[in-house]
Design a protein around this ligand. Structure first.
Ligand code: HCA
Length: 409
């Protein structure tokens, strides 16, 4: 029953993404339907085909949105899409997810010692019996439907217990999930568990869901895919519970280095626009830790700026241009040296200036960087010094003032 040999991104922005504390920090709490439509359109444009949604039991508004989003997605593309309802292992959740139009199910149940005692509050045997019953019934009712089953907190579940649970659901599922619910796994652990699952369940595809509590989520994705996992959960910006999961664009960026087919299957130039769309919705900048960001093409230190003015590759090793980050920027600031100061005064401020003058001005600028702050921008200080040094401007029309120097390409 294995489904797909491709590497498939399962986007969970609308499920785990809405569990992100960032939605509270930004006082958004949940995305509006209009915002979800924009994000969905961006994801489809990027080539994402698998979308995870909350089970409608979480609330009326979510249920209504899922219905609308599924209809909207079908208007946007004739491509076959997977709308996956994230459901607890019970028939009511399943029924409600199918009612709103989901055509696949992501079922989950935890059997770790902690889950047995404090969460599902079922013994391993009870949980196994429940999962077996639900999966058998769902498969009998929907022989062709995409079914995934995940043992929550798989990396704190003894392998023997994981096997006991997966042995009974294996006959019914397309995919077995491997959630690192609390972000404790290291890449070596991931590789080991994936090998064990592949050996025991050769007909099932595997899905990885890695939380970033230790900052290892993306590394775990790479280890999982190398070991044979084909379905990877991700979300825009990596939004999810606590510190999140890998970002869709970070995953595509990284996987495309080793798996060139990613470039055929995804429209990678849409990566950065998607990150910017989320920034405009949340009203904050694209996170500085996001690989596909303008931050990753921004240079502030004098040594870096000098080198990048000569050749970008010195401090830009990645082809972020292909991922839609189509410019870089050098920020004039306290660390800038005479090279950028010369460039800035000549090209942006249109001063008539020699390199010797630029060196003298840079010396004074360096001696006065303590003045730079919220009340005085670096550009203001530099302009003040340039004028005091008697520089005059080229007789050309004034350009729109800009705080950042961009588009050096
Ligand atoms: C959750 C837990 C989950 C589920 C993952 C999955 C996790 O928030 O419900 O269904 O594969 O990390 O275990 O996100």
């Amino acid at each position: 029953m294995q489904t797909d040999q491709r590497i498939v991104i399962v986007d969970t922005t609308f499920r785990d993404g809405q569990q992100s504390p960032l939605l509270f920090d930004t006082e958004k709490y949940r995305f509006s339907l209009e915002e979800k439509k924009q994000l969905l359109a961006g994801l489809i444009e990027l080539g994402v085909t698998h979308f995870e949604f909350f089970s409608p039991v979480v609330g009326e508004a979510e249920a209504e949105d899922v219905r609308e989003l599924i209809a909207y997605a079908k208007e946007l593309t004739p491509k076959p899409l997977h709308f996956l309802g994230h459901c607890r292992t019970n028939l009511l959740d399943v029924e409600k997810a199918l009612e709103v139009g989901c055509n696949g199910l992501n079922l989950y149940l935890g059997v770790s010692p902690l889950a047995q005692r404090h969460n599902a509050q079922k013994s391993l045997d009870e949980a196994v019996a429940l999962a077996e019953g639900v999966l058998r019934e769902v498969r009998a009712a929907y022989p062709q439907m995409y079914l995934r089953f995940s043992a929550e907190d798989a990396f704190r579940t003894p392998l023997a217990d994981l096997f006991q649970l997966y042995d009974v659901v294996y006959p019914y599922v397309n995919t077995l999930g491997l959630p690192d619910t609390v972000g404790i796994a290291e890449p070596e652990d991931v590789a080991q568990v994936v090998s064990a699952l592949r050996e025991r369940y050769p007909r099932a595809a595997l899905e990885g869901h890695f939380h970033n509590d230790r900052g290892l989520a993306l590394a775990n994705v790479l280890a999982a895919v190398r070991a044979g996992v084909r379905y990877i959960d991700a979300s825009i910006w990596g939004l999810a519970e606590r510190s999140g999961i890998p970002s869709v664009t970070g995953v595509l960026f990284n996987l495309s280095k080793r798996y060139p087919e990613i470039k055929e299957e995804y429209n990678l130039s849409q990566c950065y626009p998607l990150n910017v769309l989320m920034a405009s919705i949340l009203g904050t900048l694209v996170p500085y830790t996001e690989p596909v960001s303008l931050t990753n093409r921004t240079h502030t230190a004098g040594v870096h700026q000098k080198a990048v003015l000569n050749e970008k590759k010195v401090y830009e090793a990645h082809n972020l241009h292909d991922f839609g980050v189509d410019k870089n920027q050098l920020l004039l600031g306290p660390l800038s040296g005479w090279n950028l100061i010369y460039y800035y005064l000549k090209e942006v401020e249109a001063f008539e200036i020699t390199k010797e003058q630029a060196k003298r001005i840079a010396q004074e600028f360096k001696s006065r960087t303590g003045e730079i702050g919220r009340r005085k921008k670096p550009e203001e200080l530099l302009r003040e010094i340039a004028l005091a040094h008697g520089l005059s401007r080229h007789p050309i029309p004034e350009e729109v003032p800009t705080a950042r120097l961009e588009n050096l390409d």
